[in-house]
Design a protein around this ligand. Structure first.
Ligand code: FAD
Ligand code: NDP
Length: 459
């Protein structure tokens, strides 16, 4: 029988790769892992964690304003970008260390280097001062994704999300291109910290794939906070005043207008990290967009090679990559006892205010069910009756009229992400509207509105 160095060799030490490696060890496998950058991957280093920390920072601006309504007189507040970035980096370095310790405890051999497939069972890892060739019975590709920079004249003058977390200073005026998660989250962070933000998007509304009410409601709320939205157009080209890094950017739009800012950020989607991975040497098939094709067990067309997370381009969220990691480890080393359903994946957009959702949008529910009942509530939260903020909250339930089953729960409002986690459990249990109604509220909260909506919404 052929002997390999490892039962499993994972390429990529991000959310999915680390979780799969740890679980494979728990199931008795000998595991190695290569990471070319920082342990923890996108989520820890250039995604969820730094973004959320910066989102907290941006919230203080409105919190200070709101405080006046409650009797607080605060002196003039000042914000120092360099302190935020340094403190955020310190926290991330701490998390990198925790990942290292966790992998060490799981006896995973970590190699800090770039890994390339040589064939179906062989990987070469090139790191600082070493080059190793490793064999493994199974290879797991968990290499994540990277931001896409549109192909247009002057696009190199724009930044992508990876750059955002280490900007040397807070921009005075930023133009953000895109209408997805990253565009509205970054717009909210910059706006909250005092930057003038213009968001340019090619479609009619932001957060296009979500329930139809969420994007327009969020736009109105963000406009009240001072963000400018320019819809139905695109950036044609970018020009800089000089050739210096700090010169102004002139952005020419398809609608004929020109905007000027000191920073342009592309938040125009991400693509799978599959270049320079040796996929063709091993014969692994990809889609046209570079993402890896896998079956229901996350197996590629090559029997010994598996792939999970952003690189397979299913649902690009950390909890999904984690779940896929656990499922693949279980499939390989624990008789496949773990399963994963892609139904009812809850998600939050950490814009100000938050957007959060689980289950079907109204439009998707109408495609799948003959009769849908909508419950909708829009109101000013108790807090803002005294803060003098004009922020409003939207809450919406999508219900199958025939079975009374709640199909979708949607919200725009403070802490919507926190509220939605509990709603996701209800949907996972197949809760009906009658069961929502039979649930007692927690008073006074915003969340209680989800169990007190009685009158169907008619447009
Ligand atoms: P990654 O975490 O990207 O890990 C892949 C790793 O592989 C990387 O560390 C990379 O360096 C390494 N690698 C690549 N190629 C090689 C190679 N050849 N050799 C060695 N190593 C290699 N999701 C949420 O759920 N909530 C959020 O709030 C959220 N916010 C986000 C904010 C931003 C700005 C971004 C960009 C993403 C955000 N996401 C969020 C998405 C989330 O970060 C990803 O879905 C998740 O990190 C995917 O995990 P992964 O394991 O597939 O890949
Ligand atoms: P999204 O896919 O969410 O949004 C991409 C946006 O870019 C869309 O609005 C799209 O427009 C627009 N776009 C694409 N190409 C172009 C182009 N050439 N010119 C102009 N606009 C363009 O991607 P993000 O980059 O925002 O985020 C990537 C993924 O990361 C998310 O989908 C999500 O899965 C994950 N993420 C999760 C977060 C969270 O959980 N809170 C936070 C951040 C990211 P259109 O709508 O017209 O297609």
């Amino acid at each position: 029988m052929k002997k390999y160095d490892y039962d499993l060799f994972t390429i990529g030490g991000g959310s999915g790769g680390v979780r799969a490696s740890r679980f494979a060890f728990q199931y008795g496998a000998k595991v190695g892992l290569a990471e070319k950058s920082a342990l923890g991957g996108t989520c820890v280093n250039l995604g969820c964690v730094p973004k959320k920390l910066m989102s907290y920072a941006a919230h203080y601006h409105s919190d200070f304003k709101d405080a006046a309504g409650f009797g607080w007189q605060l002196g003039e507040s000042t914000f120092t970008w360099a302190d935020l970035i340094a403190n955020k980096d310190r926290e991330i370095a701490r998390l990198n260390e925790i990942y290292r310790e966790t992998l060490a405890k799981a006896q995973v051999d970590v190699m800090e280097g770039h890994a390339v497939l040589q064939d179906a069972h062989t990987v070469r890892v090139d790191g600082k001062g070493f080059s190793k060739t490793i064999t493994a019975k199974h290879i797991l590709l968990a290499t994540g994704g990277q931001p896409v920079r549109p192909d247009l004249p002057g696009s190199e003058l724009g930044l992508v999300s990876d750059d955002f977390f280490h900007l040397p200073a807070l921009p005075r005026h930023a133009i953000i291109a895109g209408a997805g998660y990253i565009a509205v989250e970054f717009a909210s962070i910059l706006n909250g910290l005092g930057c003038q933000v213009t968001l340019v998007h090619r479609g009619a509304q932001v957060l296009r794939g979500m329930d139809q009410d969420l994007g327009p409601f969020l736009t109105k709320e963000m406009e009240k906070k001072g963000v400018t939205f320019i819809a139905n157009t695109q950036i044609l080209n970018i020009r800089a005043d000089g050739d210096g890094k700090d010169s102004l950017r002139h952005v020419h739009l398809k609608n004929g207008s020109t905007l000027t800012a000191d920073c342009v950020i592309f938040a125009t989607g991400r693509s799978a990290n599959t270049a320079q991975l040796g996929l063709s040497a091993a014969g692994v098939i990809t889609r046209e967009n570079g993402s890896i094709v896998v079956d229901e067990h996350f197996k590629t067309n090559i029997d010994s090679i598996y792939a999970i997370g952003d690189v397979i381009d299913r649902v690009a969220l950390t909890p999904v990559a984690l779940a896929e990691g656990m499922v693949v480890a279980s499939h390989l080393f624990d008789a496949g006892k773990r399963k994963l359903s892609y139904e009812n994946i809850p998600t939050a957009v950490f814009s100000h205010p938050n957007v959060a959702t689980v289950g079907l949008s109204e439009a998707n529910a109408r495609l799948r069910y003959p009769n849908i009942t909508i419950f909708k509530s829009e109101f000013k939260a108790l807090k803002h009756t005294m803060s003098h903020s004009t922020e409003r909250t939207l809450m919406k339930l999508v219900v199958d009229t025939a079975s009374d089953k709640v199909l979708g729960v949607h919200m725009v409002g403070a802490d919507a992400g926190e509220v939605m986690q509990g709603m996701a459990i209800a949907l996972q249990c197949g809760a009906t509207k009658a069961q929502f109604d039979a649930t007692l509220g927690i008073h006074p909260t915003v969340a209680e509105e989800f169990v007190t909506m009685r009158t169907p919404f008619s447009s």
